[in-house]
Design a protein around this ligand. Sequence first.
Ligand SMILES: Nc1ncnc2c1ncn2[C@@H]1O[C@H](COP(=O)(O)OP(=O)(O)OP(=O)(O)O)[C@@H](O)[C@H]1O
Length: 496
Amino acid sequence: MSQKIDWAKYVAETEKNLTNKIASVEISSDESSRKKGSIGQNDEDAPEQFSPAEASLLAKVIRKGLVESKNDIEVQRRDPKSPLYSVKTFEALNLNPNLLKGVYEMGFNAPSKIQETALPTLLADPPQNLIAQAQSGTGKTAAFVLAMLSRVDSTKKYPQVLCLSPTYELAIQTGEVAAHMAKFCPEIEMKFAVRGEEVPKGTELTEHIIIGTPGKVLDWGLKFKIFDLKKIHVFVLDEADVMIATQGHQDQCIRIHKNLSSSCQMMFFSATYDQEVMDFAEHIVKNPITIRLKREEESLDNITQYYVRCANQQEKYNAVTNIYGTVGVGQAIIFCHTRKTAAWLSEKMAKDGHAVAVLTGDLTVEQRINVLDRFRQGQEKVLITTNVLSRGIDVEQVTIVVNFDLPIDVNKKADCETYLHRIGRTGRFGKRGIAINLVDSEQSMAILKTIEKHFNRKINYLNAEDSDEIEKNRKLVSLVNNKSNACLYSFVCLFK
Ligand SMILES: Nc1ncnc2c1ncn2[C@@H]1O[C@H](COP(=O)(O)OP(=O)(O)OP(=O)(O)O)[C@@H](O)[C@H]1O
């Protein structure tokens, strides 16, 4: 990117290519290339696993909007005398009018919960250091981008704001938000410090904001000295939890941080609140105000859980096709352990004339979004997937979740957390749902028992021969979506 390039255009072009690139790049510490078409693991027999960076990027790209929370913000202040405000409107922040225009242009009417407290802190005079933790999608990026843009003095032609992201793709995402928000502030110039960006030796950067990955920023700031880290007065560390999970990044961040001036304002953001993240935060952020929005936990409260005994894979298949035939009550998601099983199941169902969607890690991000969009619109009633989708399904109309394979961890033990993410709902949806676990061996029965014990919630045996059981289930299922009993009866008869 040349120094005077149209930032918005650059981001638009980069974004256009991003989905293709994502399939062919390594999201890891060394940022080396990986085989095309392989976002997850290459081995389709292996359980699908996704790096924190991949998961974060996917969540960002797939998410449609703000994740609202009913929880209150928790605030901790080292210095109890430091003022703390919160705002209910963007006007109350006394923003540059063109920035405010940009915020409204993005469709933001009022600050999100985390923004209500984070923004006045980030914009306070004298500057305050902030550690903010809130789950993905709650408005953290928008908050610090607004603060970054507000802190620029465009009459001074040197980098003043530095934002570190863990990967190329995440940096591009942040840049896109910044470009969008700064739409009416053409005087603010930004530059990506990511792989592929080269600047001739001896250049001095004149852009106000640098958004980049730690390795490149270290090179530019310390090795080539094309900008002065001491002149940076706002330092943002985004996705700190993903940063830590990326090898070598933590040390690089600390090296960058050591070269900043002591008066530099520190903004630290994380989606999780692990001890490791907080230790890292302590290193980087002195005397912070810490704000925290606890995630709305998923629970099994509204979910009725069943298990069905199947002798083999074919019986599992039969059970699934029966379910498919009766999901008039809503939509279903079927979870498989490996990409291979998901492919086998979907192919078999397609051959038998069923329309199902399949979402696995070998799809590009663009393809995944298409699949999800179609499913959200109800174009397919059944979605077959792997753990690529275990978190944040957020499709309200999904009433049935089938575990074709029960979730297990790398040691082949019950993975209760994944079970909860697959089946559970947050208070947001509050609707009833049904989970059906297909059990085809003694091992899977043992896993089921572990899950049952872990959550202390009974997983009912679904036995279509037992008339009492059918009656009980019929009543229960009729609570789901208030559909007629006739339709629901067919659901219960699936397993006959
Ligand atoms: N005040 C707001 N009003 C409406 N929408 C908002 C507001 N703030 C952010 N959003 C939108 O909500 C979504 C999530 O916001 P954002 O990306 O800032 O969250 P985040 O916490 O940074 O998530 P992540 O950790 O995944 O990056 C985005 O689509 C963003 O445009």
